[in-house]
Design a protein around this ligand. Structure first.
Ligand SMILES: Nc1ncnc2c1ncn2[C@@H]1O[C@H](COP(=O)(O)OP(=O)(O)OP(=O)(O)O)[C@@H](O)[C@H]1O
Ligand SMILES: CC(C)(CO)[C@@H](O)C(=O)[O-]
Ligand code: BAL
Length: 279
């Protein structure tokens, strides 16, 4: 695996590959890799000739400075995992290169930006689209892969690429879970033993809704799913919604296809998200 730290070094590697007609895939990450990330690399290897993984903990998408400060950065382990997975190129730019000057960035991502994650992490999707645009410009991929775990993120990135007419296929990959159902996340490392038990409530509530969708009214599903989170010390529900998979607006009982249940909760000091597609 080639490791490059600058945009110019990345472009120098990628240009001859593109000239030779090779298909390039990009898997953007913030590091602290787990099997969810590795599944993206594996899917990328199927879709493309060369797979680039980026590791960059992007300051502009963090709304909580403590969250940024304590974001895990186990570099050696990440390198070993990427080599084991067969990744071809690791791009690890530094903050100074990605943001040489403080810059203005605003793009219209539509109303969906302000719902769910966007409501709890103000400006988050401006920061995400800002860095993903820079990563796309640097890597010039044909295809980029993201996890369904960050469901709303995939919608926002599709909107951004459409805005800039970027000819990049955006692929959403299934959520990889621990054996007991907890969605893998770099932030799981912060969970205490008690938090780890409470964290399971997110996937359990989603599973309940998935198993009972169209069997019970939406209001009843929501009430019961939300009740899973009540009176659990150290567990704080931020949202649980059953929404249209494109607009993320809440659906009613006559909803057709493309419905998703999404949840976010604080478990101890850690904020977790998860979702399941219902139809
Ligand atoms: N469990 C998972 N299954 C599949 N893809 C995942 C999973 N977790 C994260 N991803 C995807 O990996 C990419 C990089 O995510 P990121 O580096 O933020 O990891 P993360 O585990 O989501 O970390 P955190 O949630 O703590 O920010 C994103 O596209 C994300 O959706
Ligand atoms: C896409 C991403 C790498 C942009 O920083 C990040 O939001 C993530 O890890 O999902
Ligand atoms: N996994 C999405 C990146 C973030 O939480 O900031």
């Amino acid at each position: 695996m080639e490791v490059v730290n600058t945009v110019s070094a990345l472009k120098a590697l990628v240009a001859p590959l593109k000239n030779a007609g090779k298909k390039i895939a990009l898997v953007p990450t913030m590091g602290a890799l787990h099997n969810g990330h590795i599944s993206l690399i594996e899917s990328a290897l199927v879709l493309a000739d060369t797979v680039i993984c980026s590791i960059f903990v992007n300051p502009t998408q963090f709304t909580d400075p403590k969250d940024l400060e304590r974001y895990p950065r186990p570099l050696q382990k990440d390198l070993n995992m990427l080599i084991g997975a067969g990744c071809n190129i690791l791009f690890m730019p530094d903050v100074q290169e990605m943001y040489p000057e403080p810059e203005q960035w605003y793009i219209d991502l539509g109303e969906t930006e302000f719902l769910l994650e966007g409501a709890f992490r103000k400006g988050h999707y401006q920061g995400v689209t800002q860095i993903v645009k820079k990563l796309f410009d640097a890597a010039t991929p044909d295809v980029a892969l993201f996890g369904q775990k960050d469901y709303q993120q995939v919608l926002m990135i599709r909107k951004m690429t459409a805005t800039f007419n970027m000819p990049i296929e955006i692929v959403s990959c299934p959520i990889i879970r621990e054996r007991d159902g907890l969605a893998m996340s770099s932030r799981n490392i912060h969970l205490s033993e008690t938090d780890r038990k409470h964290a399971l409530i997110l996937s359990r509530a989603l599973q309940y809704v998935q198993a009972n969708f169209r069997k019970k009214p939406i209001a009843e599903l929501l009430e019961h799913a939300q009740s899973f989170f009540r009176n659990v010390a150290g567990l704080e529900l931020e949202y649980f919604t059953i929404a249209d998979g494109e607009t993320l607006q809440p659906v009613t009982d006559d909803a057709g296809a493309n419905v998703v249940a999404l949840v976010a909760a604080r478990v101890g000091t850690t904020r977790l998200i998860d979702n399941m597609i219902l139809s």
